[in-house]
Design a protein around this ligand. Structure first.
Ligand code: EZ4
Ligand code: CO
Length: 426
């Protein structure tokens, strides 16, 4: 049995060689570790008086230092002395208790705290996180890969490479004739990383060219790879409701697993028009941070998948509530999993994916090898699925020594303009 060797009269017990007093546990300190093994990551480490620490991912792509400041100057001082086992109360302390609530920066900080506390809870009880939130609802987690091509042929080729690697679900993005940069396509054939060093680069966009091209892309991919493979596509917030309705309708024949962010997430009512014209499933929420961003989308059944990630949507505590709310309306999960979510986030998502009945799919963009020098992970890919082991807590550790070799370097997401110069959504 994992760990607990003896329990004493005063309630303390011995776990391996550490003696834990179960009647008292206090947060003694917390620190923020910022590193850049190929890209920036912000990791919160919370220490307790029992020698156990927990990790949370606080990375907000291109806005890292805003979250660091929120944690260091405002949240960490208020955490010291609290009992880390009270995850619900501490969540409400930082969410409900803050007059200035919601927003990406604050919620990334709340999320990191919550993740680290659940990590501590699991380590203390010597059990993987999924056992604390419902146990295993499945053996393995279906994931989707990214395939991005500069043109149609390359997109088809990259889709084939993902299938070769064992993926049964592939998100396809493709360069559009007449547009110089397209979301999801890497210029140098390396793995796609949208944040670039320094200030935001400006890119150009043309919706009519995009709308004409995308149905042809999926027609071609279906011809080449057949019906069995799950196909996904990210519109990345770039259509108006009527444009999105046209796109979703024209994609109906190719039976996509989903289209993502067909309109900007803040326009919840915009989804009504899409639903009137198409049955292509819809996923939304990678930029959301509370359940309140979802109320119309869920109660009117305007979407099929919730994408809000554990690292931006209030951590485990809040994500479980969002998933339960979605589940009542037969909506599934498809959590965000781009490379700007650290291995701590990916592992935390996998625990939630394992435990939920209404799990749908998990995004999986493998981190480059250098990231594994800094983070010690507990998941592995096999034949289209991720498997997570039974390491207690979230199960990912960080090497501060290796992290220190890769100092922070400012990077920003692009800014997008229409071809005539009008500022647009990226
Ligand atoms: O652009 O995570 O579905 N995935 C995405 C991502 C986002 C980045 C932004 O930091 O849309 O690639
Ligand atoms: Co997306």
């Amino acid at each position: 049995m994992a760990g607990i060797l003896s329990v004493f009269d005063d309630g303390s017990c011995t776990v391996f060689s550490t003696t834990i007093n179960r009647h008292a546990l206090k947060i003694t300190d917390a620190k923020v570790i910022v590193c850049n093994p190929g890209r920036n990551f912000v990791t919160l480490k919370i220490y307790t008086d029992q020698g156990i620490y927990g990790l949370g991912d606080a990375t907000l792509n291109g806005m890292e230092m805003a979250v660091v400041s929120c944690l260091e100057n405002h949240f960490i001082p208020a955490l010291i002395g609290k009992d880390p086992r009270n995850t619900e109360d501490i969540w409400h302390y930082f969410y409900r208790g803050s007059y200035w609530k919601r927003g990406s920066v604050t919620m990334a900080a709340v999320s990191a705290i919550d993740m680290a506390l659940w990590d501590i809870k699991g380590k203390m009880l010597q059990t993987p996180l999924y056992n604390l939130i419902g146990g295993k609802s499945r053996d393995r987690v279906l994931v989707y890969a990214h395939a991005g091509g500069a043109d149609l042929n390359e997109a088809v080729e990259k889709t084939g490479e993902a299938i070769e690697k064992g993926f049964s679900a592939v998100r396809i993005q493709c360069g559009i004739p007449g547009i110089s940069h397209t979301y999801g396509v890497s210029g140098d054939r390396k793995s796609y990383e949208p944040a670039q060093k320094g200030l935001p680069v400006e890119q150009y966009w043309d919706t009519p060219s995009y709308l004409n091209f995308v149905p042809r892309l999926f027609e071609k991919v279906r011809q080449v790879y057949g019906d069995a493979i799950h196909l996904l596509h990210d519109v990345h917030h770039r259509c108006t409701p009527v444009e999105a309705a046209r796109l979703a309708n024209e994609l109906d024949p190719y039976h996509l697993f989903w289209i993502e962010d067909p309109v900007t997430g803040e326009l919840q009512e915009g989804l009504r028009l899409i639903r009137k014209h198409a049955v292509t499933p819809i996923a939304i929420g990678e930029v959301f941070n509370t359940v309140y961003d979802y109320t119309t989308l869920v109660t009117e059944q305007l979407i099929d998948y919730v994408r809000m990630p554990v690292s931006h949507g209030g951590g485990i505590t809040h994500l479980l509530k969002v998933a339960a709310f979605a589940g009542i309306y037969h909506i599934h999960t498809g959590f965000h999993g781009a490379t700007d979510l650290s291995p701590v986030s990916l592992a935390a998502s996998l625990h939630v994916d394992m435990a939920l009945n209404n799990f749908g799919i998990q995004e999986y963009m493998p981190h480059p090898e250098v990231v594994n020098e800094v983070f010690d992970t507990n998941y592995r890919f096999d034949k289209g699925y991720l498997h997570i082991d039974d390491t207690p807590g979230i199960g990912v550790d960080i090497s501060e020594e290796h992290a220190a070799k890769y100092p922070f370097s400012t990077a920003s997401l692009p800014v997008n303009r229409k071809t005539d110069g009008t500022l647009f959504y990226w």
